[in-house]
Design a protein around this ligand. Sequence first.
Ligand code: FES
Ligand code: MG
Length: 589
Amino acid sequence: MTDTAPKLRSRAWFDNPDNVDMTALYLERYLNYGLSLEELRSGKPIIGIAQTGSDLSPCNRHHLVLAERIREGIREAGGIAIEFPVHPIQETGKRPTAGLDRNLAYLGLVELLYGYPIDGVVLTTGCDKTTPACLMAAATVNIPAIALSVGPMLNGWHRGERTGSGTIVWKARELLAAGEIDDEGFIRLVSSSAPSTGYCNTMGTATTMNSLAEALGMMLPGSAAIPAPYRDRQEAAYRTGRRIVEMVAEDLKPSDILTREAFLNAIVVNSAIGGSTNAPIHLAAIARHVGAELALDDWQTHGHKVPLLVNLQPAGEYLGEDYYRAGGVPAVVAQLMQQGLIHENAITANGKTIGENCRTATIEDEKVIRTFDQPLVEEAGFLVLRGNLFDAAIMKTSVIGPEFRARYLSNPNDPEAFEGPVVVFDGPEDYHHRIDDPATGITPDTLLVMRGAGPIGYPGAAEVVNMRAPAHLIREGVHALPCIGDGRQSGTSASPSILNASPEAAAMGGLALLQTGDKVRIDLKRGTADVLIPADELTERRRVLAEAGGFAYPASQTPWQAIQRAVVGQMNTGAILEGAEQFQRIAQT
Ligand code: FES
Ligand code: MG
């Protein structure tokens, strides 16, 4: 290390003349792992590899292979690699929901990064929650950090057509319901969408969050979209390993990269890629942990008018391999830069600005990434709604289809508003039991409400707000009813639901007071969602419910469910562990 280089925090463990006692203790056990005394006392930075891959998390499992190339990069650039596990999160395998584990992985990673001799870290990201969990922890601890995406799976194929993760499930359900495939055919069709290692190949939450990690500047430019099995992915792992050693020497930290400008860039990119409705939750969480100003309304102000450029399922046709070949994130950013929509001076992990990184990027296939003047959809961002039902909820208006528009948004006197009686479901189990029962009384005018599905009610918040219409209505040609809820929605679904409602019913938000048969009015132009009953009746209902002990939800099944429920915040502010945001930049203290 030169004199100008920052003092390595690992020196406090391995080379501390003021405390020879402890230094000896720390040293002897790391020697036990096989490192030599010279290596540990050479002044080389210790670089953590935060490993999210495991047998339990197949989406990220390829990181076990990529870690070898990360190590080679670290070693070649003069660092020492120490790999350690991050609490695994598998979106599809975790019950009751993987949403519960984002904050748990965050907590664990904060402890590791803070409490051990780590000078910088490679965050191995991928499956939905793994990316925000890692970025949130890096934001809190604030040591030099760089993310490496595991990359999407190869494209799925069935009979000459692309089959995309998650999105194919919606189609397969319809084919099964129509009797066109049997159970075995259902499983075969769904499995065809997962032909290789990697994460969901659609524009689900994984592709969204990795694209946004790159747009935020926390990844090497051009690396988010590389499919997992491609050789380029191995090279990106190696270059990421090299780069983190330089970042430690430069003392380039998350707080330098994760600025308000970087978050506004990510919001604009999210609209252009057709990103998941989970993104506002995760970006709010990262911003709060790093101390950057970001409000839910920023999504509408900065993102709503931005068009959709990336033609990926579920909004479009293509999949992850096509996205990468067409130019990935830099090609999208370059289009947005030409419109003046990107804060070009935001610094990124490679030490250059996003403007420098993306200025010359080109679209290699305009079928997959459209130019700004030939977008797939205009105004592809989110609307923020509020009213007496909740303080904040979001809606992805770009996925409102022609059938939905004709049915609900065609009143010439009131073209952007609709109202109707609600049918209320208390959690996903209630919905599954009653949706197809004619006694539930759902008509084409009904608005479906899902409550008890938020961060407290269904711990972690379930992806259940996008509810299909009952079978008898589907047979009559009504495929989509308006849905409102305090849960989330899978990024692989293209339903125009009103979701992430905050506060949730379990926190006594307005949804808790709704009764089946109440009329609700949605006005997209004014951004309102209200139940049409007098305020004093709402007050009375609230009093009665509070007296009865509040909104009922299922008991916790594990200690963590109970702990998280006691401290978790609402989705409009990131659903973080409230209070954790006070601990910022802790590696410096
Ligand atoms: Fe892991 Fe989709 S289930 S990325
Ligand atoms: Mg998901």
